[in-house]
Design a protein around this ligand. Structure first.
Ligand code: HPA
Length: 246
């Protein structure tokens, strides 16, 4: 790809089964330490950096992640292209459990997170353009890799980012639907905006792991989510490996 590429793995991808870990580095940033050691890994013919967003034991909840430290650490490591992996709930019709999507827009409903490098404390005030939060170039590469791997994806989607860690009420999901959201998760922000502030190209590959609250006859259970993750993440890994190896 000609770039230093990293993957941030989320729920269901806290480490990378089948990968060879070539190197692990403990990084420190002015914002604190990242969620985990930054690993350089090899998987199939792809070599890239990997960071576990929630820690390797999935011990950091979405609202408590030090997003600034994570992005600053990857920037220090020379990363200029970053692919986020997100497990999400589905809202609009096409986004049923098991669907893989490359979202193209974001609505941010989070609050109280340390969400910017331009907080006035370092003498820099900048207002980044964020009209299109995801890199179109990286999105196309992911979509092409999915075609090569013969894996069906949805090549669009508005990602609603909620605060968590609880899931939504049924009324909240109806409101998110009225707002034009297709999927809902807890971690795309402030990660995407910080990547833009840091000058890092950013895209997401998101796996729908459950229907949004109130959209199915059943309550959402971790067992159901796990079952989708087990098969879906194998496909996500395969798309990523092709995308990065190209
Ligand atoms: N809501 C918010 N975040 C999520 C969900 C959901 O239904 N599923 C996985 N992450």
């Amino acid at each position: 790809m000609g770039k230093t590429i990293a993957v941030i793995g989320g729920t269901g991808l806290c480490d990378w089964p089948g990968a060879e870990v070539l190197e692990e580095t403990a990084l420190e940033t002015p914002y604190g330490v990242p969620s985990a050691l930054v690993q350089r890994i090899r998987y199939e013919s792809a070599e890239f950096l990997f960071l576990a967003r929630h820690g390797h034991g999935h011990e950091i909840p979405p609202h408590a992640i030090n997003y600034r430290a994570n992005i600053a650490a990857l920037q220090q490591a020379g990363v200029d292209a970053l692919i986020a992996v997100n497990a999400v709930g589905g809202i609009s019709e096409r986004f049923v459990a098991g669907v893989i999507t490359i979202p193209d827009q974001i609505n941010d409903y989070t609050w109280g997170r340390q969400h910017t490098f331009f907080d006035g404390n370092n003498g820099k005030v900048e207002h980044i353009d964020f009209s299109f939060p995801y890199s179109q170039d990286l999105r196309s590469r992911l979509a092409n890799a999915a075609v090569d791997a013969n894996i069906a994806i949805e090549d669009y989607g508005v990602y609603a980012v909620t605060q968590g860690p609880r899931l939504e009420t049924a009324a909240e999901i109806r409101r998110l639907a009225r707002d034009g959201n297709d999927i809902v998760g807890m971690t795309a922000m402030p990660e995407a905006a910080l990547a833009r502030e840091a000058g890092i190209d950013y895209a997401s590959i998101s796996l729908v792991v459950n229907p949004g609250a109130g959209l199915s006859d059943n309550l959402i259970t971790i067992e159901d989510i796990r079952a989708v993750i087990d098969t879906g993440m194998v496909q996500v890994k395969s798309i990523l490996a092709r995308c990065i190896a190209e």
